[in-house]
Ligand binder design. Structure first.
Ligand code: F6P
Length: 323
């Protein structure tokens, strides 16, 4: 193996830059030429490939986002798009590819590896919903960003005795909501893994006030059923019953920014370096994740199409701690 390329795809995540930097610098240290693909799979199909040096990846580790940029590509989901991508890699005589990204991205990298191209995935998504890793790059920073917001909201909620619904990201899973809810001392956490009746949520809020709380913070994952807007709608209809004022804060893409935490910089660094080692060691068609505090390799066939759901035990703990 002489030339490898690296790309980032799907939702950007803080710590991706640390992973890119590690791929470039460990690759060059191992005697490889390293190339960066701009704009994810879409850029790969268009041949947006350029050589990277150690200096090109200087000063990026402390930035959120991805210096290679990212995209969600419809074309790559088709076989014709993937064939075109392999053609572009071959034209540049690239013989290995590191793909940094989350669930959809790694399903794409599995498809590419099935077509015979040596690919290694790196687990990166703020959602932490990827099978084959205990934690993915970006999740720690996102949870800390949500936590800071909850701490701020709590101050105003308490001052006005209000209840707040804080909607957080996570697609179909509740990792961010659960972690931020527990560490932020939320009165309730609503996650997709555990459907709940709006009536029961309302009761939980009322109970919180009855127990003498001066506020109620409800962390709601975006994929929850009911979701935050449905809950607000329901609470509005039952306004007479609530006895407290309610506000909604949707944190949205704020959660994808922010200075990457030391944990995410280290995770990106370790997984990026391990991905290069995997390629050099002939481990292709695998995802490099973080299991038991070490880089761990899982076949992409076991990762693609699967979801890592939030820990049910932690959900129960959140309920107890909210008392
Ligand atoms: O997968 C990361 C994520 O931020 C999810 O939490 C969210 O559902 C989705 O991406 C948003 O995607 P987009 O940035 O394309 O709107």
């Amino acid at each position: 193996m002489k030339r490898i390329a690296v790309l980032t795809s799907g939702g950007d995540a803080p710590g991706m830059n640390a992973a890119i930097r590690a791929v470039v610098r460990t690759g060059i240290a191992a005697g490889l030429e390293v190339y960066g693909v701009r704009n994810g799979y879409a850029g790969l199909i268009n041949g947006e490939i350029e050589r990277l040096t150690n200096r090109d990846v200087g000063g990026i580790m402390q930035q959120a986002g991805t210096m290679l940029r990212s995209a969600r590509s419809k074309e790559f989901r088709e076989e014709a798009g993937r064939r075109q991508a392999i053609r572009k890699l071959s034209e540049r005589r690239i013989d290995g590819l590191v793909v940094i990204g989350g669930n959809g991205t790694q399903t794409g990298s599995y498809e590419l590896s099935k077509m015979g191209f040596p690919v290694v995935g790196v687990a990166s998504t703020i959602d932490n919903d990827l099978y084959g890793t205990d934690i993915s790059i970006g999740a720690d920073t996102a949870v800390n960003t949500v936590l800071e917001a909850i701490d701020r909201i709590k101050a105003t909620a308490s001052s006005h005795s209000r209840a707040f619904l804080v909607e957080v990201m996570g697609r179909d899973t509740g990792y961010i909501a659960l972690m931020a809810g527990i560490t932020g001392g939320a009165e309730a956490v609503i996650i997709p893994e555990v459907p709940i009746e709006p009536d029961d949520v309302l009761q939980e809020l009322k109970d919180a006030y009855a127990r003498g709380k001066s506020h109620a913070i409800l962390v709601v994952a975006e994929g929850a059923k009911p979701n935050a807007s449905q809950l607000i709608e329901y609470f509005r209809e039952h306004k007479a019953d609530t006895g407290f004022e309610l506000r909604l804060t949707v944190l949205g893409h704020v959660q994808r920014g922010g200075t990457p935490t030391a944990f995410d910089r280290m995770l990106g660094t370790r997984l990026g370096a391990a991905a290069v080692q995997a390629l050099l060691g002939g481990h292709h068609g695998v995802l490099v994740g973080w299991v038991n505090h070490r880089p761990h390799v899982t076949p992409l066939s076991e990762v693609a199409g699967r979801t890592r759901y939030a820990d049910r035990e932690l959900y129960e703990l959140a309920r107890v701690l909210a008392r």
